[in-house]
Design a protein around this ligand. Sequence first.
Ligand code: PMP
Ligand code: GLU
Length: 403
Amino acid sequence: MSNTPFLSERIHRIKPSPSMAAKALVDKLRAEGRDIIDFTIGEPDLPTPDHVIEAAIAAMRAGRTKYTGSSGTPELRKAIATKLLRDNQVEFGPQNIVVGAGGKHIIFHALSVTLNPGDEVIIHAPYWVSYPDMVVVNDGVPVVVVGSEPEGFKLTPAALESAITPATKWLILNSPNNPTGAVYSEEEIRALGEVLTRHPHVWLMSDEIYEHFIFDGSKHVSPLAVVPELRERSLIVNGASKGYSMTGWRLGYGAGPATLVNAISKLISQTTTCPSSISQAAAIAAFAGSQASPQHAAKVFAARGKLMAQLLKDAPGMRVTPPSGAFYLYPSVAGMLGKRTPKGKTLNSDMDVVSYFTEEAGVATLDGTAYGVPPHIRLSFAASEDAIREGCKRIVAACVALG
Ligand code: PMP
Ligand code: GLU
Protein backbone atom coordinates (compact mmCIF):
# COMPACT_ATOMS: atom_id res chain seq x y z
CA MET A 1 0.00 0.00 0.00
CA SER A 2 2.91 2.37 0.67
CA ASN A 3 3.64 2.25 -3.08
CA THR A 4 0.17 3.39 -4.07
CA PRO A 5 0.47 7.10 -4.95
CA PHE A 6 -3.20 7.36 -5.90
CA LEU A 7 -4.15 6.84 -2.26
CA SER A 8 -3.94 9.78 0.13
CA GLU A 9 -1.07 10.55 2.47
CA ARG A 10 -3.72 10.32 5.21
CA ILE A 11 -4.54 6.64 4.67
CA HIS A 12 -0.85 5.72 4.61
CA ARG A 13 -0.50 7.09 8.13
CA ILE A 14 -2.55 4.31 9.71
CA LYS A 15 -2.66 0.53 9.83
CA PRO A 16 -5.71 -1.74 9.63
CA SER A 17 -7.36 -2.32 13.02
CA PRO A 18 -5.33 -5.14 14.63
CA SER A 19 -8.42 -6.61 16.30
CA MET A 20 -10.29 -6.69 13.00
CA ALA A 21 -7.20 -8.08 11.22
CA ALA A 22 -6.93 -10.84 13.83
CA LYS A 23 -10.59 -11.72 13.36
CA ALA A 24 -10.04 -11.86 9.59
CA LEU A 25 -7.07 -14.21 10.11
CA VAL A 26 -9.19 -16.54 12.27
CA ASP A 27 -11.92 -16.57 9.59
CA LYS A 28 -9.31 -17.35 6.90
CA LEU A 29 -7.65 -20.17 8.88
CA ARG A 30 -11.02 -21.71 9.70
CA ALA A 31 -12.04 -21.50 6.03
CA GLU A 32 -8.86 -23.46 5.28
CA GLY A 33 -10.10 -26.17 7.65
CA ARG A 34 -7.88 -25.31 10.65
CA ASP A 35 -9.24 -25.92 14.15
CA ILE A 36 -8.78 -22.51 15.79
CA ILE A 37 -9.99 -21.37 19.20
CA ASP A 38 -10.64 -17.65 18.91
CA PHE A 39 -9.65 -15.41 21.82
CA THR A 40 -9.13 -12.37 19.59
CA ILE A 41 -12.15 -10.22 19.00
CA GLY A 42 -13.98 -8.49 21.85
CA GLU A 43 -17.46 -9.61 20.98
CA PRO A 44 -19.96 -11.27 23.34
CA ASP A 45 -20.88 -14.76 22.15
CA LEU A 46 -24.27 -14.39 23.90
CA PRO A 47 -27.29 -13.72 21.67
CA THR A 48 -28.96 -10.33 21.24
CA PRO A 49 -31.95 -10.37 23.66
CA ASP A 50 -35.23 -11.60 22.13
CA HIS A 51 -37.21 -8.46 22.96
CA VAL A 52 -34.61 -6.40 21.08
CA ILE A 53 -34.91 -8.60 17.99
CA GLU A 54 -38.70 -8.41 18.23
CA ALA A 55 -38.51 -4.60 18.36
CA ALA A 56 -36.41 -4.59 15.19
CA ILE A 57 -38.85 -6.89 13.39
CA ALA A 58 -41.82 -4.77 14.51
CA ALA A 59 -40.04 -1.62 13.28
CA MET A 60 -39.43 -3.18 9.87
CA ARG A 61 -43.05 -4.35 9.62
CA ALA A 62 -44.22 -0.86 10.58
CA GLY A 63 -42.20 0.58 7.72
CA ARG A 64 -39.53 2.21 9.84
CA THR A 65 -37.00 1.37 7.17
CA LYS A 66 -36.17 4.87 5.99
CA TYR A 67 -33.53 7.46 6.72
CA THR A 68 -33.81 9.15 10.11
CA GLY A 69 -32.37 12.47 11.28
CA SER A 70 -28.57 12.50 11.38
CA SER A 71 -28.42 12.58 15.19
CA GLY A 72 -30.78 9.63 15.52
CA THR A 73 -34.51 9.46 16.19
CA PRO A 74 -35.98 11.65 18.96
CA GLU A 75 -37.39 8.48 20.62
CA LEU A 76 -33.98 6.82 20.83
CA ARG A 77 -32.23 9.96 22.03
CA LYS A 78 -34.91 10.30 24.73
CA ALA A 79 -34.38 6.65 25.74
CA ILE A 80 -30.62 7.26 25.96
CA ALA A 81 -31.16 10.40 28.08
CA THR A 82 -33.32 8.32 30.45
CA LYS A 83 -30.69 5.57 30.53
CA LEU A 84 -27.91 8.07 31.33
CA LEU A 85 -29.85 9.35 34.32
CA ARG A 86 -30.93 5.89 35.47
CA ASP A 87 -27.58 4.10 35.13
CA ASN A 88 -24.98 6.86 35.24
CA GLN A 89 -26.57 9.68 37.25
CA VAL A 90 -25.81 12.07 34.40
CA GLU A 91 -28.50 14.44 33.17
CA PHE A 92 -28.47 15.22 29.47
CA GLY A 93 -31.44 16.04 27.24
CA PRO A 94 -32.04 14.48 23.80
CA GLN A 95 -30.46 17.63 22.28
CA ASN A 96 -27.16 16.59 23.92
CA ILE A 97 -27.14 13.15 22.30
CA VAL A 98 -25.95 11.96 18.91
CA VAL A 99 -26.36 8.39 17.70
CA GLY A 100 -23.95 6.73 15.30
CA ALA A 101 -22.97 3.42 13.78
CA GLY A 102 -21.14 2.23 16.91
CA GLY A 103 -19.13 3.91 19.62
CA LYS A 104 -16.15 3.77 17.28
CA HIS A 105 -18.01 5.88 14.71
CA ILE A 106 -18.76 8.48 17.38
CA ILE A 107 -15.15 8.59 18.60
CA PHE A 108 -13.89 9.02 15.04
CA HIS A 109 -16.37 11.77 14.25
CA ALA A 110 -15.70 13.54 17.57
CA LEU A 111 -11.97 13.61 16.84
CA SER A 112 -12.59 14.70 13.29
CA VAL A 113 -14.71 17.70 14.28
CA THR A 114 -12.34 18.88 17.00
CA LEU A 115 -8.71 18.21 16.00
CA ASN A 116 -6.58 20.69 14.10
CA PRO A 117 -3.14 19.64 12.86
CA GLY A 118 -0.80 19.14 15.81
CA ASP A 119 -3.49 18.98 18.50
CA GLU A 120 -2.59 16.43 21.16
CA VAL A 121 -4.77 13.67 22.56
CA ILE A 122 -3.70 11.94 25.78
CA ILE A 123 -4.20 8.18 25.60
CA HIS A 124 -3.29 5.90 28.49
CA ALA A 125 -1.55 2.67 27.60
CA PRO A 126 -2.24 -0.13 27.22
CA TYR A 127 -4.96 1.36 25.01
CA TRP A 128 -7.66 0.11 22.68
CA VAL A 129 -5.88 -0.33 19.36
CA SER A 130 -8.02 2.15 17.44
CA TYR A 131 -7.52 5.30 19.54
CA PRO A 132 -4.05 6.31 18.28
CA ASP A 133 -4.83 5.66 14.63
CA MET A 134 -8.14 7.51 14.83
CA VAL A 135 -6.24 10.49 16.25
CA VAL A 136 -3.49 10.28 13.62
CA VAL A 137 -5.84 10.00 10.66
CA ASN A 138 -7.60 13.13 11.91
CA ASP A 139 -4.31 15.11 11.99
CA GLY A 140 -3.84 14.89 15.77
CA VAL A 141 -0.88 13.68 17.79
CA PRO A 142 -1.42 10.82 20.26
CA VAL A 143 0.40 11.44 23.53
CA VAL A 144 0.71 8.00 25.05
CA VAL A 145 1.04 7.72 28.82
CA VAL A 146 1.99 4.23 29.94
CA GLY A 147 0.43 3.13 33.22
CA SER A 148 2.45 1.24 35.78
CA GLU A 149 1.77 -2.50 35.82
CA PRO A 150 1.62 -2.93 39.62
CA GLU A 151 -1.09 -0.24 39.69
CA GLY A 152 -3.15 -2.14 37.13
CA PHE A 153 -1.79 0.09 34.36
CA LYS A 154 -4.13 2.86 35.44
CA LEU A 155 -3.53 6.48 34.55
CA THR A 156 -2.45 8.38 37.68
CA PRO A 157 -3.19 12.07 38.36
CA ALA A 158 0.55 12.85 38.35
CA ALA A 159 1.08 11.16 34.96
CA LEU A 160 -1.94 12.99 33.54
CA GLU A 161 -0.71 16.33 34.89
CA SER A 162 2.71 15.94 33.31
CA ALA A 163 1.28 14.90 29.93
CA ILE A 164 -0.86 18.04 29.56
CA THR A 165 0.58 20.78 27.33
CA PRO A 166 -0.99 23.88 25.78
CA ALA A 167 -1.65 21.73 22.69
CA THR A 168 -3.70 19.10 24.58
CA LYS A 169 -7.24 18.86 23.29
CA TRP A 170 -8.58 15.63 24.76
CA LEU A 171 -7.95 12.99 27.36
CA ILE A 172 -9.48 9.66 26.34
CA LEU A 173 -10.33 7.68 29.45
CA ASN A 174 -11.57 4.10 29.18
CA SER A 175 -13.05 2.40 32.23
CA PRO A 176 -13.67 -0.55 32.40
CA ASN A 177 -10.58 -0.86 30.28
CA ASN A 178 -9.81 -2.66 27.07
CA PRO A 179 -7.34 -4.47 27.19
CA THR A 180 -6.41 -4.64 30.92
CA GLY A 181 -9.85 -5.04 32.51
CA ALA A 182 -8.90 -2.28 34.96
CA VAL A 183 -11.79 -0.38 36.54
CA TYR A 184 -11.29 3.11 37.99
CA SER A 185 -12.79 3.71 41.43
CA GLU A 186 -14.77 6.81 42.30
CA GLU A 187 -11.74 8.25 44.15
CA GLU A 188 -9.46 7.61 41.18
CA ILE A 189 -11.92 9.24 38.79
CA ARG A 190 -12.31 12.21 41.12
CA ALA A 191 -8.54 12.67 41.35
CA LEU A 192 -8.17 12.63 37.54
CA GLY A 193 -11.13 15.00 37.26
CA GLU A 194 -9.46 17.42 39.67
CA VAL A 195 -6.42 17.57 37.39
CA LEU A 196 -8.67 18.34 34.45
CA THR A 197 -10.51 21.08 36.33
CA ARG A 198 -7.13 22.88 36.61
CA HIS A 199 -6.68 22.72 32.81
CA PRO A 200 -9.84 24.19 31.27
CA HIS A 201 -8.62 23.73 27.68
CA VAL A 202 -8.59 19.91 27.99
CA TRP A 203 -11.74 17.95 27.14
CA LEU A 204 -12.59 14.50 28.48
CA MET A 205 -13.74 11.69 26.22
CA SER A 206 -15.11 9.02 28.54
CA ASP A 207 -15.40 5.68 26.76
CA GLU A 208 -17.84 3.69 28.89
CA ILE A 209 -18.61 0.88 26.43
CA TYR A 210 -17.83 -1.85 29.01
CA GLU A 211 -19.85 -0.23 31.83
CA HIS A 212 -21.91 -3.35 32.52
CA PHE A 213 -18.95 -5.64 33.06
CA ILE A 214 -17.46 -5.08 36.51
CA PHE A 215 -16.65 -8.16 38.57
CA ASP A 216 -15.82 -7.14 42.12
CA GLY A 217 -19.30 -6.02 43.15
CA SER A 218 -18.51 -2.34 42.60
CA LYS A 219 -20.36 -0.14 40.13
CA HIS A 220 -19.24 1.70 37.05
CA VAL A 221 -18.60 5.36 37.81
CA SER A 222 -19.25 7.83 35.06
CA PRO A 223 -16.79 10.73 35.50
CA LEU A 224 -19.54 13.32 35.00
CA ALA A 225 -21.43 11.90 37.99
CA VAL A 226 -18.50 12.71 40.30
CA VAL A 227 -16.93 15.71 38.54
CA PRO A 228 -19.97 17.54 37.12
CA GLU A 229 -17.79 20.64 36.58
CA LEU A 230 -16.48 18.88 33.46
CA ARG A 231 -19.90 18.71 31.87
CA GLU A 232 -19.31 21.54 29.40
CA ARG A 233 -16.17 19.85 28.07
CA SER A 234 -16.86 16.13 28.16
CA LEU A 235 -18.19 13.56 25.75
CA ILE A 236 -19.55 10.26 27.04
CA VAL A 237 -19.18 7.48 24.46
CA ASN A 238 -21.17 4.30 24.83
CA GLY A 239 -23.38 1.97 22.80
CA ALA A 240 -25.33 -1.23 22.49
CA SER A 241 -22.53 -3.48 21.21
CA LYS A 242 -21.10 -4.98 24.36
CA GLY A 243 -23.79 -4.73 27.04
CA TYR A 244 -26.58 -6.05 24.83
CA SER A 245 -24.57 -8.37 22.56
CA MET A 246 -25.31 -6.14 19.58
CA THR A 247 -21.92 -5.72 17.90
CA GLY A 248 -23.29 -6.35 14.42
CA TRP A 249 -26.14 -3.86 14.79
CA ARG A 250 -23.61 -1.00 14.82
CA LEU A 251 -25.24 1.31 17.30
CA GLY A 252 -23.42 3.72 19.58
CA TYR A 253 -23.89 7.20 20.94
CA GLY A 254 -22.16 10.28 22.27
CA ALA A 255 -23.53 12.60 24.97
CA GLY A 256 -22.08 16.03 25.60
CA PRO A 257 -22.41 19.76 24.98
CA ALA A 258 -24.79 20.64 22.15
CA THR A 259 -22.11 22.45 20.12
CA LEU A 260 -19.98 19.32 19.94
CA VAL A 261 -22.89 16.94 19.44
CA ASN A 262 -24.26 19.13 16.64
CA ALA A 263 -20.86 19.21 14.93
CA ILE A 264 -20.68 15.40 15.07
CA SER A 265 -24.21 15.21 13.66
CA LYS A 266 -23.26 17.63 10.86
CA LEU A 267 -20.33 15.41 9.88
CA ILE A 268 -22.52 12.28 10.07
CA SER A 269 -24.96 14.01 7.71
CA GLN A 270 -22.09 14.07 5.20
CA THR A 271 -20.72 10.57 5.90
CA THR A 272 -23.21 7.86 6.87
CA THR A 273 -26.31 10.15 6.77
CA CYS A 274 -27.80 8.53 9.87
CA PRO A 275 -27.54 5.30 11.86
CA SER A 276 -29.63 2.30 10.73
CA SER A 277 -33.31 3.00 11.45
CA ILE A 278 -33.84 -0.65 12.39
CA SER A 279 -30.92 -0.75 14.81
CA GLN A 280 -32.20 2.44 16.38
CA ALA A 281 -35.63 0.91 17.01
CA ALA A 282 -33.93 -2.16 18.50
CA ALA A 283 -31.71 0.01 20.71
CA ILE A 284 -34.76 1.68 22.28
CA ALA A 285 -35.84 -1.77 23.46
CA ALA A 286 -32.30 -2.49 24.67
CA PHE A 287 -31.81 0.73 26.66
CA ALA A 288 -35.40 1.19 27.89
CA GLY A 289 -36.52 -2.43 28.27
CA SER A 290 -35.55 -5.20 30.67
CA GLN A 291 -31.93 -4.97 31.83
CA ALA A 292 -31.82 -8.71 32.60
CA SER A 293 -29.56 -9.38 29.62
CA PRO A 294 -26.59 -7.15 30.59
CA GLN A 295 -26.99 -8.25 34.21
CA HIS A 296 -26.83 -11.89 33.15
CA ALA A 297 -23.91 -11.23 30.79
CA ALA A 298 -21.99 -9.52 33.63
CA LYS A 299 -22.29 -12.68 35.75
CA VAL A 300 -21.32 -14.93 32.85
CA PHE A 301 -18.23 -12.88 32.00
CA ALA A 302 -17.19 -12.61 35.64
CA ALA A 303 -17.19 -16.42 35.87
CA ARG A 304 -15.39 -16.83 32.55
CA GLY A 305 -12.71 -14.28 33.44
CA LYS A 306 -12.08 -16.10 36.70
CA LEU A 307 -11.95 -19.44 34.90
CA MET A 308 -9.54 -18.24 32.22
CA ALA A 309 -7.24 -16.56 34.77
CA GLN A 310 -7.29 -19.72 36.89
CA LEU A 311 -6.52 -22.05 33.97
CA LEU A 312 -3.68 -19.85 32.66
CA LYS A 313 -1.98 -19.72 36.07
CA ASP A 314 -0.48 -23.09 35.10
CA ALA A 315 1.11 -21.69 31.92
CA PRO A 316 4.87 -21.39 32.54
CA GLY A 317 6.25 -18.00 31.49
CA MET A 318 2.90 -16.24 31.57
CA ARG A 319 1.92 -13.87 34.40
CA VAL A 320 -1.81 -13.36 34.70
CA THR A 321 -3.58 -10.60 36.63
CA PRO A 322 -7.28 -11.39 37.17
CA PRO A 323 -9.44 -8.73 35.50
CA SER A 324 -11.77 -6.37 37.39
CA GLY A 325 -13.97 -5.69 34.37
CA ALA A 326 -14.55 -5.74 30.57
CA PHE A 327 -13.85 -9.19 29.06
CA TYR A 328 -10.12 -9.36 28.46
CA LEU A 329 -7.00 -10.76 30.12
CA TYR A 330 -3.72 -9.01 29.45
CA PRO A 331 -1.02 -11.34 30.80
CA SER A 332 2.69 -10.62 30.58
CA VAL A 333 4.58 -13.13 28.44
CA ALA A 334 8.02 -11.78 29.44
CA GLY A 335 8.84 -15.17 30.98
CA MET A 336 8.40 -16.88 27.60
CA LEU A 337 10.84 -14.70 25.69
CA GLY A 338 14.16 -16.29 24.75
CA LYS A 339 12.64 -19.78 24.90
CA ARG A 340 12.62 -22.17 21.93
CA THR A 341 9.59 -23.80 20.38
CA PRO A 342 9.56 -27.54 19.59
CA LYS A 343 10.26 -26.53 15.95
CA GLY A 344 13.41 -24.68 17.03
CA LYS A 345 12.21 -21.09 16.74
CA THR A 346 13.22 -18.64 19.47
CA LEU A 347 10.43 -16.45 20.83
CA ASN A 348 11.76 -12.90 20.73
CA SER A 349 8.58 -10.85 21.16
CA ASP A 350 4.93 -11.01 22.08
CA MET A 351 4.23 -11.14 18.32
CA ASP A 352 6.26 -14.37 18.18
CA VAL A 353 4.23 -15.74 21.10
CA VAL A 354 0.97 -14.94 19.28
CA SER A 355 2.23 -16.63 16.09
CA TYR A 356 3.41 -19.67 18.07
CA PHE A 357 0.01 -20.04 19.77
CA THR A 358 -1.83 -19.64 16.46
CA GLU A 359 0.39 -21.91 14.41
CA GLU A 360 1.29 -24.63 16.91
CA ALA A 361 -1.58 -24.58 19.42
CA GLY A 362 -4.49 -23.45 17.24
CA VAL A 363 -5.37 -20.60 19.62
CA ALA A 364 -5.68 -17.05 18.25
CA THR A 365 -4.80 -14.13 20.54
CA LEU A 366 -3.60 -10.54 20.03
CA ASP A 367 -0.13 -9.12 20.74
CA GLY A 368 0.32 -6.46 23.40
CA THR A 369 2.54 -4.47 21.04
CA ALA A 370 -0.65 -3.41 19.24
CA TYR A 371 -1.99 -2.15 22.59
CA GLY A 372 1.13 -0.10 23.30
CA VAL A 373 2.60 -2.25 26.09
CA PRO A 374 4.65 -5.33 25.15
CA PRO A 375 5.48 -8.04 26.00
CA HIS A 376 1.88 -8.96 26.78
CA ILE A 377 -0.89 -10.69 24.91
CA ARG A 378 -4.61 -9.98 24.97
CA LEU A 379 -7.13 -12.78 25.32
CA SER A 380 -10.86 -12.14 25.05
CA PHE A 381 -12.96 -14.31 27.36
CA ALA A 382 -16.17 -13.31 25.60
CA ALA A 383 -15.99 -16.90 24.33
CA SER A 384 -17.88 -20.02 25.42
CA GLU A 385 -16.76 -21.90 28.53
CA ASP A 386 -15.89 -24.92 26.38
CA ALA A 387 -13.70 -22.74 24.14
CA ILE A 388 -12.02 -21.24 27.20
CA ARG A 389 -11.27 -24.68 28.69
CA GLU A 390 -9.94 -26.11 25.43
CA GLY A 391 -8.01 -22.95 24.43
CA CYS A 392 -6.34 -22.62 27.84
CA LYS A 393 -5.44 -26.33 27.83
CA ARG A 394 -3.73 -25.80 24.47
CA ILE A 395 -1.92 -22.66 25.65
CA VAL A 396 -0.65 -24.35 28.81
CA ALA A 397 0.60 -27.32 26.75
CA ALA A 398 2.32 -24.95 24.30
CA CYS A 399 4.02 -23.12 27.18
CA VAL A 400 5.14 -26.39 28.80
CA ALA A 401 6.58 -27.54 25.43
CA LEU A 402 9.01 -24.59 25.23
CA GLY A 403 12.67 -25.38 25.80
N1 PMP B 1 -14.29 1.48 22.82
C1 PMP B 1 -13.61 0.38 23.18
C2 PMP B 1 -12.62 0.45 24.26
C3 PMP B 1 -13.84 -0.82 22.50
O1 PMP B 1 -13.16 -1.91 22.85
C4 PMP B 1 -14.78 -0.84 21.48
C5 PMP B 1 -14.93 -2.16 20.81
N2 PMP B 1 -15.37 -2.42 19.79
C6 PMP B 1 -15.48 0.34 21.16
C7 PMP B 1 -15.19 1.49 21.85
C8 PMP B 1 -16.50 0.51 20.08
O2 PMP B 1 -17.41 -0.47 19.95
P1 PMP B 1 -18.63 -0.26 18.93
O3 PMP B 1 -18.12 0.55 17.80
O4 PMP B 1 -19.00 -1.65 18.54
O5 PMP B 1 -19.69 0.45 19.70
N1 GLU C 1 -13.33 -3.48 20.16
C1 GLU C 1 -13.25 -4.87 19.87
C2 GLU C 1 -11.94 -5.43 20.35
O1 GLU C 1 -11.19 -4.75 21.00
C3 GLU C 1 -13.42 -5.25 18.44
C4 GLU C 1 -13.96 -4.32 17.46
C5 GLU C 1 -13.01 -3.26 17.07
O2 GLU C 1 -11.81 -3.31 17.42
O3 GLU C 1 -13.47 -2.35 16.44
O4 GLU C 1 -11.66 -6.57 20.06
